[in-house]
Design a protein. Sequence first.
Length: 310
Amino acid sequence: MSSSNGHVSELGAFLKARRTELSPAEAGLPGSAGRRRVKGLRREEVALLASISPDYYTRLEQGRRRASEPVLDALARVLRLDDGERAYLLELSGRDTARPRRRTSQKVRPQLRRLLDDLSTTPAVVLGRRTDILAWNAMASALFIDFARIPERDRNFVRLIFREPAVRALYADWEWAARMTLAQLRMEAVRDPEDPRLTELVGELSVQDTDFRRWWGTHRVAAQRSGTKVLDHPVVGPLTLDWSFLTSTDDPDQQLITLTAEPGTTSHDRLRTLASRTSGAHDRPGRSARPDSSSAMAGASWPSTSRVRT
């Protein structure tokens, strides 16, 4: 299937998923008497609210036609899409020009590597396409997992949050984290729907994990650049950490993610304690605080798995 056809098909599935989650009352429609045969809004109701014909909307959901930008804006309003969901809708329709995709093997950018090395008390990692793990620093390894022990092909954040028990156990609210991870991955998928590695990842996890399969089918999307995560670390105890990421100007497919705690808090003190322990452990022979770009940072669930606090 071509990228164009794949986008049209996903557009229809996305619209259907969103309308089934919206009740007539939430959409501003008067309540209807009797039992409704469909969950959420009917196609005709979406069409009415968006001021388009039912036939036009039906064709959109069936993947048999494309939508103009005004129609997409109207649908985003009717379905109450947030900014991330609206951006996803535009990308699916081809209205938002996506950056060219390069499927060559990624290597961490030298500038990001230097930043990682300088962050001696701050956990930090570099994520690549499809949440592949490109590099990490010693603090990130101490916080999450010994990334170097993860086979290179399995160094992927989504895979680890679903398949690595040690990573899963860190999260105070694992389900929220996992669902947000999938929402972020779907944003990634729309940019390169024919990426064979991505297709393989989704297929593998759909077979191995029932939660992944069910949640992937909801077509949820999210675009986050910062947030807060709550972890229960086996050594230093509970941590409330703020995360944020920087995108490389040389390679937009590489993102540096850092986790910090507010000064004066218990989490800040505990992070410092972890840093002091990490410094001693990584100064011993045989442990390097400078893993190369092919090493793993196996269990980190950074941007896509964190709850945004407002």
